[in-house]
Design a protein around this ligand. Sequence first.
Ligand SMILES: *Cc1c(COP(=O)(O)O)cnc(C)c1O
Length: 356
Amino acid sequence: MKKHNFYAGPSILDQSVIKETACAVLNFAGTGLSLLEVSHRSKEFDAVMTEANQLFKELLEIPEGYEVVFVGGGASMQFCMVPFNLLNKKAAYLDTGTWSSKAIKEAKLFGEVDVVASSKDKNYTYIPKNYTVPEDVDYFHYTSNNTIYGTEIRKDPDVKARLVCDMSSDIFSRPIDVSKYDIIYGGAQKNLAPAGVTFAIVRKDALGHVEREIPTMLKYTTHIDKGSMFNTPPVLPVYSALQTLKWYKEMGGVKAMQKLNEEKAAILYDAIDNSKLFVGTAEEDARSLMNVCFVMKDEYKELEAQFADFAIKERGMMGIKGHRSVGGFRASLYNAMPKSSVEALVACMKEFEQKH
Ligand SMILES: *Cc1c(COP(=O)(O)O)cnc(C)c1O
């Protein structure tokens, strides 16, 4: 049975990325050594790091004055690295889900945090509107895609303050105006690479304005100055990230990805909206193109377990169970997800609906 990978993270990578990585695990760049055992200081790996950095900048059209770093620790470590490096007195945060809340918790260790709005009152099913970001804050932080709740902010916000965004689960899914941001960060395991590497796009002149001492490893300048090679970088995930970046370029870049993502999400949301059994959990104008969350309508709730069983065990729809804080189902349609898998899921939903 064909397996379709709807996992939320770590998640689907293009087959070419998996094959190239597998080959490099056996023989890396003709060295006769495995990628697993090669020095990160070798000229072959140095070339990988350099090319990954260049392609990252090219695909997102990152302007002068910014650097891209690859570090460890996950997006979760960025929750503290951002305030460590940027927060003097006060920062503003938008609370749109679990990941935003975790970022807020860390920022509070460094200064005053003004939560400008929150959608917690309705279990994060919408994106707050009509909030104002004070101008006197050191920065404004938001999460562009709420992986757990299936909501997304797809427009780069206009704010006067410095702008920081957690784009873990929608980076490279559409063009972004990087010049509006001071830091964009994310774990790579959703749209870029296997788990183990974290990216940060940093505006260099946003750094150096805090008075506190910053531990070497938590300072962006350390990693910028050493080209992400201050300490041993996660060699294999960086290699895979490069393969994904090459695949993005081949596919036509982020604009082409956006078109595909819009088509894929429309297929599934249409099926949900026209279904007798299923209903989406996120408000329509907040719907994510990356994570589609849905449940069974109240009168059919008892069929949820049965559908999960059928979809996963009999139709190979892997990873479609919703996060425990939402329940129901979540289909993650990251960049590497082919349209055919989305169509297969829709067919599986219709088949189940007909039987019941
Ligand atoms: C997965 C995820 C995180 C957590 O990433 P880690 O790399 O596991 O720390 C943070 N933010 C968002 C939006 C995510 O989707």
